[in-house]
Design a protein around this ligand. Sequence first.
Ligand SMILES: *Cc1c(COP(=O)(O)O)cnc(C)c1O
Length: 378
Amino acid sequence: MAYRIYLSSPHMGGREMHYIEQAFAGNWIAPLGENVDAFEAETAARVGRAHGVAVSAGTHAIHLALKLLAVEAGDTVFCSALTFAGSCNAICYERARPVFIDCDETTWNMSPVALRAALRRAAAEGRLPRAVIIVDLYGQSADYDALIPLCREYGVPVIEDAAEALGAALRGRPCGSFGELAVLSFNGNKIITTSGGGMLLTGDSGQAAKARFWATQARDPAPWYEHTEIGYNYRLSNVLAGIGRGQLLCLEERLAQKKAIHARYAAGLRDVPAALMTAPAGFDSAYWLSVLRLELAATRARPADIIAALAERGIEARHVWKPMHMQPVFADAPFYPHAEEPDGTAARLFAAGLCLPSDTKMTAGEQQEVIDIIRACF
Ligand SMILES: *Cc1c(COP(=O)(O)O)cnc(C)c1O
């Protein structure tokens, strides 16, 4: 469906074509080249990591992170329950088993209470997970100050899924810098885009080299194509990395726009029976999407009603991610709730939440129209 106002659509800054033309001029129409090297270095520097490995999707970056942590068939991997399937599908690529961890209401991200319960049980059973994938949801950092010490206590490495949170920070530390490895996405709807793409971030040059090796078909150094391992064709094209370099130049402007969008919703919706997902003190959200949580007991309006009312006027809104432990494909996966509720806090946020149009090309006038339609639903 074509909308007049989108949730979050690609927004070019103007310099992208310059870098694409450079790739054409040098005939570097390949998954290697100057744009890839520069895009990796510039992105890694922005989040304070030593190394970035540009790949063709955030999902592929997660896959490589799991391989670097030696995830194998039969292992378990913990993952945030309230997220997009891209966070956890790669666990299954390696025939490992996902275990989903609930979120809490303050951060919407992984609950330290649920994580502690899951780690305790896993330790008692002698089956600690090989890794914990912690998501920074909708642009907001998870509470790493609570989560990382827990993982350290049990000796389990963390993968930060910062696909939605480039530009966010927790107490001054950028998202993408937490955990042993982190992942970004440059899919078309993300804060900046390469049309499709992702990046693996690490502080370890050996990990970066190994990830590049696997991502380019695991070609051993030899005069012919020699392989001792199974590889993948995961590298980002030098043309698309050119889009990424141009996009990085307008990242700060996009972040300011996302913040302004969130502030206008906060002002325009302050007196309806609903609350915007808002960064707690010390959290600096990228506000990739502005998310509204309805007070279901105080209104008859439901997320589906508001989504339908907006769609009728050509405006895109969406339900909050349906939690992974509620997905048919993961019906058999264990789930650890934050409190004693079968489907946890994540299920309640799913039932009450909707993602509002957060497109940086949306004008203040258009956003006022969105606000007016939402207000009329109550
Ligand atoms: C978009 C996204 C991914 C996957 O990224 P792709 O580039 O689309 O493969 C992973 N995790 C989260 C939380 C995402 O939003």
